[in-house]
Design a protein around this ligand. Structure first.
Ligand code: SF4
Ligand code: SF4
Length: 126
């Protein structure tokens, strides 16, 4: 054991002077990269209801619901607990109606659904 520690000594000493790699979350937070993919944001006014986001979602996190607000008479809702934040829906959307935001603190006791027709833009699964 003593021998093993001896072999590690140079590495230990080198890292003693280095800045630590972790932060004291949640008291400290790291700066996110510009293209960080967090919680979904959706603008129903930009949506045509084409359904491309629904077709392309690899995790079945999007469902289409009827509405009178879009050209095709439907709009997508996002089941946050099923979403893997791949951003495929944002990339495929031809109108920019879906944006991935930097919001990543998503712990909740209930399953959240991003729903543009809900009073606050989201609701919980019943
Ligand atoms: S980010 Fe990916 S997993 Fe989440 S809703 Fe969009 S396509 Fe689906
Ligand atoms: S791809 Fe964009 S425009 Fe088409 S239904 Fe989805 S959010 Fe609406």
């Amino acid at each position: 054991m003593v021998k093993k520690l001896g072999a590690m000594e140079p590495e230990l000493l080198k890292n003693l002077t280095k800045k630590r790699a972790t932060v004291l979350y949640p008291f400290e937070k790291i700066e996110l990269p510009e293209a960080y993919r967090g919680l979904w944001s959706f603008d129903i006014n930009k949506c045509t209801g084409c359904g491309l986001c629904f077709k392309d979602c690899p995790s079945g996190a999007i469902e289409l619901k009827p509405t009178e607000k879009t050209k095709a008479g439907r709009y997508p809702i996002n089941y946050v607990n099923r979403c893997m934040f791949c951003s495929q829906c944002q990339e495929v959307c031809p109108t920019g109606a879906i944006q991935m935001t930097p919001v990543y603190e998503l712990s909740d006791y209930k399953k959240k659904i991003i729903d543009a027709e809900a009073p606050e833009g989201y609701r919980y699964e019943e």
